[in-house]
Design a protein around this ligand. Structure first.
Ligand code: BG6
Length: 488
């Protein structure tokens, strides 16, 4: 089914996010026949360019960021026919009048996508309102991070809330659009097999790793003010944790799911200053060899402030203080310039209550469920079987029950997160978007960690680019008699 025809106003249309993700996602939706007939995109930016120049730029973005097998020049040119351009000073109310002209009687649903710094969200909203461009049906999409702490996120959310109802606001966390992440909901709530095992009776601990081999990709200006906690933990990592930890929602509606996620965020144990040494590791990369290439350290990146203490790596031990998860730590780590692009969640089940096999093999004796977001989206359940061969006796062996989505289902290409999220916006479904109280509870929790850092005065621990972060992150988990999982 297609959505109804939409008019999409894309603020920041020539920026990084639009070029890398949004324009390619719209192109893919168009190619898949999912942009309804008559849907249009209005690219908005400050640069004085004519439409031909904008089309050239966007075509360049498609060439660069769409997978070469999926790039088709004539499809791309066809898609660009839907894209108009308007130079606009986002601060100037007068300028916004022209948007009404473009709206052309406002027959289509209006979607406003603010792909610009969050400090602009309020002013854009007010200016759209001042020229009566929006209605109660308008959907507004905003990007993370909403602010840089609880206070500033409240200011931004208040500004938006003064103009739009919560039901109009689509706060993006693109991890919620990833195929495997959505599958967490299916895995957990469609399979009774797991439902009955999903708690402290059966699970010993959970690991979540989101590793990237890239550095900060020329984004020093943004990244140095944010750091890995604000850029990845406050949003993506806590969202993953919520989907693993939440109680079953009573239905798939946006609020049922979000209510359950909020309960998890409220139950996260506050990180006090005396917990910092055992529960938090922050790191910053130095020069090293990353995927075979010698790369500079964080402090040597272009535009770097040589004394920056911004973290590019974090490992945390998170406790959830509720009935289901009492005593089950969630070890989470994320960083730049790690050895590979790898995102996975590992559920470590407790060993069988009574063990009758070779004592030497005891370490094998817990089942694991590995949920892969990247690469090779899929799942693998590690179970124990008997080794073959008469002379092996009852030697155990751990093997995978394997589900790789692309191989098992032959379903063609897996859509990118932004495609799915844009599609949901066009359909008006909010369940993959973040509600205001989620944002705020997440900030409240991470703010404490950042505050402890600021007060503790201990600089980040160094790690060489191309390694798995500071050794302290290994020590953190080893102290509990565990280790970060490595695929054998
Ligand atoms: C973004 C962060 O939200 O997510 C980036 O700002 C990060 O720093 C990116 O690189 C990772 O997303 P993905 O989809 O490539 O895992």
């Amino acid at each position: 089914s297609t959505a109804t025809p939409c008019d999409i106003m894309l603020f920041g249309a020539l920026g990084n996010l639009a070029r890398r993700k949004l324009i390619p996602a719209f192109y893919q939706l168009d190619r898949a026949g999912l942009l309804a007939e008559g849907s249009r995109i209005l690219a908005l930016a400050r640069r004085n360019l004519d439409i031909a120049a904008v089309h050239r730029q966007l075509l360049g973005a498609l060439e660069e960021f769409v997978n070469p097998e999926e790039f088709d020049r004539s499809a791309a040119e066809g898609f660009l026919q839907r894209v108009d351009y308007q130079i606009l000073d986002f601060n100037n109310t007068e300028d916004f009048q022209v948007l009404n002209t473009w709206r052309d009687g406002a027959r289509n649903e209006l979607i406003v996508y603010m792909a610009c710094p969050p400090a602009m969200y309020g002013v854009i909203g007010r200016n759209l309102h001042a020229v009566s461009c929006c209605t109660e049906r308008t959907r507004v999409v905003v990007e993370k991070p909403i602010g840089h702490d609880l206070e500033s996120s409240r200011v931004i959310n208040d500004e938006l809330g003064a103009i739009y109802k919560e039901s109009q606001l689509f706060r993006i966390d693109h991890y919620l659009g990833k195929e495997t992440v959505q599958n967490l909901i299916a895995l957990r709530f469609a399979n009774n097999l797991f439902a009955s095992q999903w708690d402290q009776n059966h699970i010993s601990h959970v690991e979540i790793t989101v590793a990237e081999s890239v550095g900060i990709e020329g984004r020093w200006g943004y990244f140095d003010k944010a750091g890995q906690v604000r850029d990845m933990i406050q949003n993506h990592m806590l969202q993953l944790l919520c989907l693993i930890a939440m109680d079953p929602p009573s239905d798939l509606s946006a609020d049922s799911i979000r209510d359950e996620k909020v309960k998890v965020l409220k139950a996260l144990r506050k990180v006090t200053p005396d917990m910092m040494a055992n529960y938090v590791v922050r790191g910053q990369y130095t020069a090293g060899t990353s995927t075979g290439v010698l790369v500079p350290g964080y402090l040597e990146e272009e535009g770097a402030n040589k004394r920056s203490e911004t973290e590019t790596f974090v490992a945390l031990k998170v406790e959830i203080d509720n009935w289901r998860w009492s005593g089950v730590p969630f070890y989470i780590r994320t960083g730049k310039r790690l050895p590979e692009k790898l995102s996975q969640i590992i559920i470590h089940f407790k060993p069988a209550p009574h063990y009758i096999f070779d004592p030497d093999q005891r370490h094998l004796a817990n089942n694991k469920l590995i949920i892969r977001l990247e690469p090779d989206e899929g799942m693998s359940l590690r179970i124990l079987t008997k080794d073959q061969g008469l002379h092996k006796g009852m030697r155990l062996r751990q093997g995978p029950l394997e589900l790789t989505f692309s191989e098992t289902f032959d379903a063609g290409r897996i859509p990118d997160a932004y495609e799915r999220l844009l599609w949901e916006v066009m359909k008006g479904n909010q369940y993959l978007f973040v509600r205001r109280d989620e944002v705020e509870h997440a900030w409240r929790w991470v703010d404490r960690i950042i505050q402890n850092w600021n007060e503790g005065g201990e600089p980040p621990k160094r790690y060489a680019a191309g390694t798995w972060g500071p050794v302290a992150s290994i020590a953190m988990i080893t102290r509990d008699g565990r280790s970060w999982y490595e695929d054998a």
